[in-house]
Design a protein around this ligand. Structure first.
Ligand code: NHR
Ligand code: GAR
Length: 197
């Protein structure tokens, strides 16, 4: 079985979209893959209840309990690696995960670590992407699924979707429009990877 482990920090709507697509499209039968665990760095992440309700293991690892990023990342790897099998190495999926990961952590999962970022990379790496796109007067915004490398939001691009920026948009209204596309492209990009791996 190929295990997918998803890291979240909040609502987890991208995680939920992946879980629903995996069930609807029978990733277990088609690819021998399943969402095995959802791990949050915040205990109050709404997505945890959704995952537990779908029979998925959940765990919380509070970054505030660690005095260095390396220590948090080491503990996180230990949780994740419970789901790693030699024959079928796991796929690690960041879905609204809000902690920058250390180079050591990233190299451990290099090539099997994905993120969805709410901008059309390489524009607007980092935070507050929607407000920055509005400030620049962009007419298009969107989201990017990419491989995670040690350099923030710079890995190989696997999928993108664009949406129009409309008159009167706020960061929130634009974020909501982008998010509907994220829910389509992220499960699709993961299915494409599973199909070709
Ligand atoms: N880690 C690496 N090494 N490379 C990437 O490309 C990563 C990553 C970790 C997360 C997601 C990313 C995004 O899609 C991601 C990509 C958090 C921050 C951030 O500044 C930036 C980018 C992303 C996620 N986080 C603050 C920090 O100090 C905390 C912010 C908060 O807690 O609200 O880690 O945008
Ligand atoms: C999504 O828009 C995702 O692209 C973005 O946060 C939202 C999470 O929503 N990710 C980042 O900003 C990473 N820094 P979700 O928790 O409902 O999936």
């Amino acid at each position: 079985m190929k295990n997918i482990v998803i890291l979240i920090s909040g609502t987890g709507s991208n995680m939920a979209a992946i879980v629903k697509t995996a069930q609807r499209d029978d990733w277990r039968g088609k690819f021998g893959a399943r969402v095995a665990a959802v791990i949050s760095n915040r205990a109050d992440a709404k997505g945890l209840a959704f995952a537990a309700g779908h029979g998925i293991d959940t765990a919380v690892l509070d970054h505030k309990a660690f005095d260095a990023r390396e220590k948090f990342d080491t503990a996180l790897s230990e949780l994740i690696d419970r789901y790693d099998e030699t024959a079928q190495p796991l796929l690690l999926v960041l879905a609204g995960f809000m902690r920058i990961l250390t180079p050591g952590f990233v190299s451990r999962y290099e090539g099997r670590l994905l993120n969805i970022h709410p901008s059309l990379l390489p524009a607007f790496a980092g935070l507050h992407t929607h407000q920055r796109a509005l400030n620049e007067g962009c007419k298009l915004a969107g989201a990017t699924v990419h491989q995670v490398t040690a350099e923030l939001d710079h890995g190989v691009i696997l999928a993108q979707a664009a949406v129009p920026v409309l008159p009167g948009d706020t960061a929130d209204s634009l974020a909501a429009r982008v998010l509907t596309q994220e829910h389509l492209i992220y499960p699709q990009a993961i299915a494409d990877l599973l199909r070709h791996s």
